[in-house]
Design a protein around this ligand. Structure first.
Ligand code: UDP
Length: 241
């Protein structure tokens, strides 16, 4: 489907993409490559809000599975997302893109708190706003944080950059016959439990009519390609035209 004209988008990257080819943590050279992708998208004239996960460092569920208190582990996960946000800020500023980090968990020495009106002002001035720490509460993920900020900042779409080029009817890594959807409705994603984003994030996007564009961030130049309608992606929406 052709994407409608967009002025402001929220780009969600899972923490895993910051690892590059490593198994854990942050690969600064790879983060720089990602920053170039983000810059290319910005250079098309878009206002960009960015949300980065923390899975390359710590996931609350994994901590809980090893016996940690879930909420405590989730707070550690939120701190991981702040580290990733700072790494991305540093990479973006290295290539001349002005950014601000706003965290849902307040840490004044490190970044701003989330203040919607201030974020608006940053975007108007051409800065990229990186929203860290998800929704700022345990038992959530950065997918929900991304959906929340996309709604709050009135973004035209939520772009979800992952390691697969869209949403498939079954896992393409396990099933060679899996087929990719061009578009799929929110209700189908929820009913079939298609692995796009958390159910709460999908529901929030559905309730606020925010299309979710799922694409591969691993392919060079792909963000700009997807935005110009020449990429491979799946659009989760209730509009089929
Ligand atoms: N997290 C949380 N509340 C939020 C956002 C994140 O508790 O609003 C924690 C949670 O433990 C999560 C971790 O931070 O597992 C890292 O975020 P996420 O799993 O979404 O990262 P991604 O999978 O996108 O890399």
């Amino acid at each position: 489907m052709t994407l409608p004209k967009m002025n402001r988008v929220l780009l969600k990257l899972s923490g895993e993409v910051l690892m590059g080819n490593n198994q854990f943590g942050i690969d600064p050279a790879f983060v720089l490559e990602l920053a170039k992708e983000v810059k290319a998208a910005k250079d098309t004239g878009l206002e960009i809000c960015l949300v980065i996960g923390g899975g390359n460092i710590f996931r609350g569920m994994a901590g809980a599975a090893q016996g940690m208190d879930r909420a405590q582990a989730d707070y550690m996960g939120m701190l991981a997302t702040v580290m990733n946000a700072l790494a991305m800020q540093s990479a973006l500023e290295q290539i001349g893109v002005e950014t601000r980090v706003q965290s849902a968990v307040q840490m004044d020495q490190v970044c701003e708190p989330v203040i919607r009106r201030r974020a608006e002002r940053h975007l108007e001035k051409g800065r990229i706003v990186i929203f860290a720490a998800g929704v700022g509460a345990p038992y959530f993920t950065t997918d929900s944080g991304a959906a929340l900020r996309a709604a709050e900042m009135k973004c035209d779409a939520l772009l979800k950059g992952t390691s697969v080029d869209g949403v498939y009817d079954s896992d393409p890594k396990k099933n060679p016959d899996a087929t990719r959807y061009e578009t799929v409705s929110y209700s189908k994603v929820l009913a079939d439990d298609l692995k796009v984003m958390d159910a709460s994030a999908v529901a929030l996007c559905r309730d606020n009519d925010i299309p979710i564009v799922v694409f591969s961030i691993r392919e060079k130049g792909n963000v700009a390609k997807v935005l110009s309608g020449n990429g491979t992606q799946t659009v989760v929406t209730d509009h089929t035209a």
